[in-house]
Design a protein around this ligand. Structure first.
Ligand code: HEM
Length: 366
C-alpha cells in the first residue's frame, strides 16, 4: 500500500463523473434536461452496485458446498440489494418534479434513447433468471434488437446462465433433512394437509348455525383448496404446470422451500429462511419499481409510444405482471399450514439438525 496522500476528487474520479452530463439542448437549453440525465445516471450507478452484489451471490452459490459463514454473507448481499431498491423507488419522486410540458422541451432530442436500452438493467434481469418467454411482447424484434452488437453479446451471454434461479434451485434440491431414515418430509406434510382439510370439512358439516346453501358454499371452498394442494401433490399436474411456465422450480426444490418455511424456527433453518425472504423481497422490489415507473411514465407521456419504440405504458404495464422470477417462493403461503397443525419433527431429524449446526459453527462445510 502506498503512503501517497489520496485526494478525494481523484479517488472518486470526479473529473470524469461530473464531466459526463451533456444535455443535448445545450448549456442554455431545456432547464430540466440536466435533472433527467443525472437521475438516469444515478440509477445506472445503483444498477452497477446491484450487479456487484449479484455477481458475489452467483459466485458463492456456484461453489459447493456452501459454508455456514457464507450463508450469512449471501443473506447480507441480498439484503443490501433490497436496501438499494428502496432508494431506487424513492428516486423517481425527484424526476417527477419535472412536469410533462417541461419534458416536452427536450424529449424529441432523445431520439431512440430509452431505459429500454439499459444494458445493466438487462444484465440484472438475466442474471436473476428472467426467461425470454416471460418477457412482455416487444413486437416483431426481440428485446435485444435495440442494443449495440457488443451489448447484445453481453446480454445474451448472461441469458445462458446459470442464473440466480438455477443456483437457488440446485441449493434447495441439495437441502438435507427432506428424507432421513424413516422420515419423509413430503409424506408427513401431505398427511398434515389431509388432516387439516378433513378437520375443516368436519367443522363445516357439524356447524348447526349454517343452512344447506351456505354449507355447500363453504364446502366448495374446501374442495377448491384441496384442488390447489393437488397441483403440487400430483406429479403429472406439477410437471404440466412447469411445462406451461406457471411453475419454475423443480418439485424437490419446492419441497425444500416449504420445509425451510414451515420449520424456520429451527436454528439451522433460520439463515436459509432469511435467504428465501431476501429473494422474495428482491423480486417484489423490482415489481414495485416497475409499477412505480409505469405510473410515472403515464403521468409524463400519457399513452404516447416510447422513445425506445414500444407501445409505452401498455408495454411497461405488461412487464409488471410477466417479469417475475421467484413466483414459486412468492406462492409458498398458499401451501402453508398453521403451526398448530404442523407435525413435530422426529427426534432423529432434530438431532441431525443440531449436529450439523454444531459442525457448521466449528467451520466445516454443509
Ligand atoms: C420522464 C421519465 C421517463 C419516461 C417518460 C420513461 C419512459 C419509458 C418508456 C415509454 C419505456 C418503454 C420502452 C420505450 O418504448 O421507450 C421505458 C422503459 C424503461 N425505462 Fe423509462 N422512462 C423514464 C424514466 C426512467 C428512469 C429514471 C429510469 C431509470 C433507469 C428508467 C428505466 C427504464 C428501463 C430499465 C426500461 C425498460 C423496462 C423493460 O423493458 O422492462 N426510465 N421507459
Amino acid at each position: 500500500m502506498s503512503d501517497e496522500p489520496v485526494y478525494y476528487h481523484d479517488y472518486l474520479d470526479l473529473d470524469r463523473l461530473l464531466g459526463a452530463q451533456h444535455p443535448r439542448s445545450g448549456p442554455n437549453g431545456a432547464q430540466d434536461e440536466m435533472l433527467f440525465i443525472i437521475v438516469h445516471q444515478a440509477y445506472e450507478l445503483w444498477f452497477k452496485q446491484i450487479l456487484h452484489e449479484l455477481d458475489a451471490v452467483l459466485e458463492t452459490f456456484g461453489r459447493r458446498p456452501i459454508k455456514e459463514r457464507e450463508m450469512g454473507s449471501l443473506v447480507a448481499h441480498l439484503e443490501r440489494i433490497v436496501a438499494i431498491q428502496r432508494v431506487m423507488l424513492e428516486q423517481l419522486e425527484v424526476l417527477e418534479t419535472m412536469t410533462p410540458l417541461d419534458f416536452l422541451d427536450f424529449r424529441n432530442l432523445l431520439g431512440t434513447a430509452s431505459g429500454f436500452q439499459s444494458v445493466q438493467f438487462r444484465l440484472v434481469e438475466n442474471k436473476m433468471g428472467l426467461l425470454r418467454s416471460q418477457r412482455a411482447p416487444t413486437g416483431e424484434a426481440p428485446y435485444t434488437a435495440w442494443l449495440s452488437a457488443e451489448h447484445r453479446r453481453m446480454v445474451e451471454n448472461a441469458e445462458r446462465g446459470p442464473s440466480l434461479v438455477d443456483l437457488v434451485e440446485g441449493w434447495l434440491e441439495r437441502t438435507p433433512f427432506l428424507e432421513m431414515g424413516e422420515y419423509h418430509f413430503w409424506e408427513a406434510y401431505k398427511a398434515a394437509v389431509n388432516r387439516m382439510l378433513a378437520t375443516e370439512r368436519a367443522r363445516i358439516e357439524a356447524d348447526p348455525t349454517t343452512d344447506e346453501k351456505e354449507r355447500d358454499r363453504r364446502l366448495a371452498r374446501v374442495d377448491a383448496n384441496r384442488d390447489t394442494f393437488d397441483t403440487i401433490f400430483d406429479d403429472e399436474r406439477y410437471e404440466a404446470l412447469r411445462r406451461q411456465g406457471s411453475r419454475r422450480l423443480s418439485r424437490r426444490a419446492l419441497e425444500a422451500a416449504l420445509l425451510i418455511t414451515l420449520y424456520r424456527d429451527e436454528p439451522i433453518l433460520q439463515l436459509p429462511f432469511r435467504l428465501l425472504t431476501g429473494l422474495i423481497d428482491i423480486d417484489e422490489g423490482f415489481t414495485a419499481w416497475r409499477q412505480r415507473h409505469v405510473l410515472m411514465v403515464t403521468r409524463m407521456i400519457g399513452h404516447r409510444t416510447g422513445t425506445g419504440g414500444t407501445a409505452g405504458a401498455e408495454y411497461l404495464d405488461a412487464t409488471t405482471r410477466h417479469a417475475r422470477v421467484f413466483t414459486d417462493l412468492i406462492d409458498i403461503p398458499t401451501f402453508l399450514i398453521p403451526r398448530s397443525e404442523l407435525p413435530a419433527l422426529p427426534d432423529e431429524v432434530v438431532e441431525a439438525m443440531r449436529f450439523r449446526l454444531g459442525a457448521q459453527e466449528a467451520g466445516s462445510a454443509l
